[in-house]
Design a protein around this ligand. Structure first.
Ligand code: BGC
Length: 296
């Protein structure tokens, strides 16, 4: 059994750059530019960070994608066109009192990871700088919560497969069939089940007895993160035995495409798959943590 080499970083111990020296190395973000739908603008600060340097002076580029601004909450706008926070975070209390649900109270994180706010009330990314301020492609100021189902299947020959989707975003990378928490989801695990059903056709409600529980809850090293908006996820795993009845694990055809996915597959868990950079965002590290739980 392959054991994890490096677990996802814990939000309680952020490794944000501390030194202002140009030669200092950073390690908190590595996935720049892999997985956004909207191209992010050029930023010399981002390039320096990508190269492992701490830019001094720090001159980030401000960017909030037009689609986020077009869907920012404003009094009287229909809910379908106001899934994003208002551009001025000071209007969030009005958003809440007007009845527009937010996924979580402003200032809180899914993972209880504390973060500061600047003098304009903008959340500050607890894992350090990204070279981009604003919200980029993310709808919420501060933490943007997601949920991920990790579905393992044991094969008859004792090898292991995991259910993955190929994302239809700029990364085209393979990933868990997860997604963003919707304000109408009753719990985070309900988000994982809903996303799994929508993206793969698999109904997790029938498979509760194979649940391995929670694997990860924390910050995600996601290409879309900015200095003021970032991804967090809660990942849960299941282990299906090889003789699980096939009518319980029906999934869509591999070639089924949607807005979110290009393909769906049971992918063999190999050493190669577990290497950093093979899967979307932090999914490789989260997969290693799940394997550790399996073998533990
Ligand atoms: C994805 C999740 C992922 C999260 C953080 C969401 O868009 O659907 O699978 O964990 O982003 O990267």
């Amino acid at each position: 059994m392959v054991l994890p080499r490096k677990l996802p970083q814990s939000p309680s111990s952020p490794s944000a750059p501390t030194s202002q020296m140009m030669s200092s190395k950073t390690s908190s973000h590595t996935n720049y530019g892999m997985g956004s739908r909207v191209p992010y603008p050029l930023s010399a600060a981002r390039d320096a960070l990508k190269a492992g340097l701490v830019p001094e002076p720090y001159r980030p580029v401000s960017f909030t994608a037009p689609v986020v601004l077009a869907n920012a909450w404003a009094m009287g706008k229909p809910p379908a066109q106001s899934w994003a926070d208002p551009e001025d975070p000071n209007e969030i209390p009005d958003q809440i009192t007007s009845g527009r649900k937010r996924v979580m109270p402003y200032g809180n994180s899914l993972t209880n990871c504390p973060f500061e706010r600047d003098s304009s009330n903008l959340p500050i990314n607890p894992m350090g700088k990204t070279g981009i301020t604003g919200r980029g492609e993310l709808g919420l100021w501060g933490p943007n919560p997601a949920a991920d189902p990790i579905i393992f299947r044991s094969n008859k020959d004792k090898t292991l497969s995991v259910l993955l989707v190929q994302r239809a975003d700029g990364s085209k990378q393979w990933a868990f069939p997860g997604g963003m928490v919707d304000p109408t989801d009753s719990t985070i695990s309900a988000t994982a089940a809903r996303e799994c059903r929508e993206e793969t056709g698999l109904t997790l409600e029938n498979l509760a007895k194979y649940s391995l529980g929670e694997i990860y809850r924390g910050y995600v090293d996601d290409a879309r993160n900015t200095d003021n908006a970032w991804m967090e996820t809660n990942a849960f795993a299941w282990l299906l035995p090889f003789d699980v009845p096939s009518n319980k694990i029906k999934i869509f055809d591999a070639s089924t495409q949607s807005d979110e996915t290009l393909s769906i597959m049971w992918v063999p868990v190999t050493d190669d798959l577990l290497q950093d950079g093979k899967l979307f965002a932090s999914h490789g590290a989260i997969l290693r943590a799940a394997i550790q739980k399996l073998s533990g």
